[in-house]
Write a protein that binds this ligand. Structure first.
Ligand code: GLY
Length: 357
């Protein structure tokens, strides 16, 4: 098992990455939360697969499981209405400030359980138990929690660090191959940000083709370390944490313009390649760097470009959350393992996208 300590200033915690951890989750949770009561928050796909096992392990370790809250699986559940229902359920079960929410599932569950824990009684503990690759390598670490509004995704939320993250890679066995492939977009992004060796390893041995437990533990742990180093330095996204948005300016535009028919990771992968090629054309990185990034994306069967016209992409990219007046912060690769945030005017963003498409 890999143990990664995340020393954020608001709360230090460990991320545990291993195989077979769900059966030991009781002892792991008890070690950090003592003998409080706990409530599992999960959704309709993951709950039937793992919640009985998790609750049995929590009970066997002496924790009092006061219930399970299950909401409908999918991004459509990331609403204030679902959140309100979860909060009412926590209150009905009389959870107190000594108790803990166990968020069992993928990214949406991490958001719902995490934000409910952040708000209930002005904040109770949450243990994140990610079961998707995206949640393991990204969303369960760093404390971002949010729900969507009609106006856009993740517009209401809080930074609320978990007390523990338990990533059992065995749970990835039940992730559909296409969803697993999609999540590899964020894995490649992390490698481009901070781990050139990981990028080359992934190009030679794509994660989509090597899903053995030892490989998964190694790759997930390396990703968590990359994210840990960023969020510990900049917990509330004042600067360095913005680099985690690599590929997202164009990726979000592709996602919105295609009406969310393409997965988030695939859009990020395509956005990453567009920005890399555009950056190479403008002399911000070498052609070799852009090629190296593209090869890794292609090796995972993820899209390296988009058919969508620049005008359409600009319509969405210009309204990105990361816009500052007439400029947008874009993360650009200088070389593999070194990226920087550039504040570019809308005309320059258009050029970047046009050259990179
Ligand atoms: N997923 C980007 C972040 O946590 O900042």
């Amino acid at each position: 098992m890999e143990q990664i300590h995340v020393a954020t200033s608001s709360r230090p915690y460990d991320v545990l990455v291993g195989a077979g951890l769900l059966d030991h989750i009781g002892e792991l949770v008890r070690d950090v939360t003592k003998l409080g009561r706990c409530c599992v928050v999960t959704e309709t796909n993951v709950g039937p697969l793992y919640a009985d096992r998790v609750e049995a392990a929590l009970g066997a370790a002496g924790l009092d499981v006061v219930g399970r809250i299950t909401f409908p699986a999918g991004e459509a559940s990331k609403t204030l209405a679902t959140l309100g229902g979860i909060l009412e359920d926590l209150a009905e079960r009389e959870l107190t400030r000594d108790d803990v929410v166990v968020a069992l599932g993928g990214g949406v569950t991490g958001d719902m359980g995490g934000l409910a824990a952040a708000l209930y009684l002005r904040g109770i503990k949450v243990v994140q138990v990610p079961t998707s690759l995206l949640a393991m390598v990204d969303s369960s670490v760093g404390g971002k929690t949010a729900v969507d509004l009609t106006a856009g995704k993740n517009l209401v939320g809080a930074f609320w660090q978990p007390s523990l993250v338990v990533a059992d890679v065995d749970a990835l066995a039940t992730v559909p191959p296409e969803l697993f492939r999609d999540s590899c977009g964020e894995v490649v992004k992390h490698a481009v940000l901070a781990d050139a060796d990981l990028l080359d390893t992934l190009t030679a041995h794509p994660l989509t083709e090597s899903r053995g437990a030892a490989t998964l533990v190694d790759v997930v742990a390396r990703n968590v370390r990359i994210k840990r180093d960023v969020v510990v330095a900049d917990e509330r996204e004042g600067g360095l944490r913005q680099t985690l948005n690599l590929g997202h300016t164009v990726g979000h535009a592709i996602e919105s313009a295609s009406d969310f028919s393409l997965g988030h990771g695939s859009c990020v992968a395509a956005g990453l390649c567009v920005i890399a090629r555009g950056s190479a054309a403008l002399g911000w990185c070498s052609v070799q760097t852009a090629g190296r990034i593209e090869r890794c994306v292609a090796a995972h069967g993820l899209p390296t470009s988009t058919e969508l016209p620049t005008d359409l992409l600009m319509r969405y990219a210009a309204h990105d959350k990361k816009r500052h007046g007439a400029a947008v912060n874009v993360v650009v690769p200088r070389e593999v393992g070194r990226c920087e945030v550039r504040c570019v005017g809308l005309d320059d963003l258009r050029r970047l996208i046009d050259l990179g498409r």
